[in-house]
Design a protein around this ligand. Structure first.
Ligand SMILES: C[S@@+](CC[C@H](N)C(=O)[O-])C[C@H]1O[C@@H](n2cnc3c(N)ncnc32)[C@H](O)[C@@H]1O
Length: 264
């Protein structure tokens, strides 16, 4: 990750820490519960949550496992994860600052390594996936969750343009086929896969990026989205809803492990 992109991520998530944390930890408990269930945590698991943000997944899984580490690049996010940890009276988690491209753990440490809603911020997703595989035990499980971009090239490009206009720390949302190819190239096998439809308010989505309707970036993003609505040219399934617009993110959820032949 270039120094410039790293600074852009830290700047963006320092600005949005409050709004994003409220959304991730307080506003969507049913989605969080679904994700924890999907990961099938075991009581004996030592877990790492990569790019943990305000700690929603780490703290959600903590009561079900032995111990959880959460790492993130943005100090302001880590500050919130520690505050939520205290509020929820969780005592088997610890949060630290680290770049997902260079995880500060020895090979084969964790039973379960998760990364949710962060791959689209990574300029080198395969490099981070390799780090995630490295720190997992040979028989360890990986849980990866992230929005999926549309498969068709023109939709994929417009979808990512809209995302990038909204949030300069956006790198690239991958397609389902990109993920499946990357998993195969990195020697992983799928244990479970699910694609979930997350319908949300455009306005709230912009608020989570620290943009209000007066700002130029808000208006430009809205215009690009509105222009794409006929024929769903960006793949957001956008629909007018009063003054607002409903958009849809299709979230891919993957539970993986090393292919048996690769780990022996
Ligand atoms: C959209 S938030 C998701 C946070 C959390 N996983 C969740 O779902 O609530 C993306 C997070 O990725 C972090 N991030 C982006 N690039 C990173 C990197 N290279 N290493 C560690 N964290 C990173 C950001 O600081 C931010 O907290």
């Amino acid at each position: 990750m270039s120094k410039k992109h790293k600074e852009t991520v830290q700047k963006q998530f320092t600005k949005t820490a409050e709004a994003f944390s409220t959304f991730a930890v307080r506003d969507t408990p049913e989605i969080l519960a679904e994700k924890v269930e999907f990961a099938k945590p075991l009581a004996t698991d030592l877990v790492l949550d990569v790019a943990c943000g305000p700690g929603a997944f780490a703290l959600g899984v903590a009561p079900r496992v032995t111990f959880v580490y959460g790492v993130d690049l943005t100090i302001e996010m880590l500050r919130r994860s520690r505050a939520f940890e205290a509020e929820k009276q969780i005592s088997n988690a610890v949060f630290a600052c680290s770049d997902a491209e260079q995880l500060p753990f020895p090979d084969g440490t964790f039973d379960l390594v998760s990364c949710q809603c962060s791959f689209h911020h990574l300029p080198k997703p395969a490099l981070v996936l390799r780090e995630i595989i490295r720190v997992a035990k040979p028989e360890g499980r990986l849980v990866l969750m992230d929005p999926l971009a549309p498969e068709s090239d023109p939709k994929y490009e417009l979808y990512n343009r809209i995302e990038k206009l909204r949030d300069p720390s956006h790198a690239l949302t991958l397609r389902l086929t990109d993920y499946l190819r990357m998993f195969d190239e990195e020697g992983l096998e799928l244990l479970r896969q699910s694609v979930r439809r997350r319908a949300r308010s455009f306005h709230q989505w912009m608020v989570r990026a620290a943009l209000n309707s007066e700002s130029k970036r808000y208006q430009e993003t809205r215009k690009l989205l509105e222009d794409s609505m006929t024929g769903d040219r960006a793949g957001f399934s956008a629909q007018a809803q009063g003054d607002d617009i409903q958009i849809v993110h299709n979230e891919g959820m993957f539970l993986l492990r090393r292919r048996q032949s690769e780990s022996t």
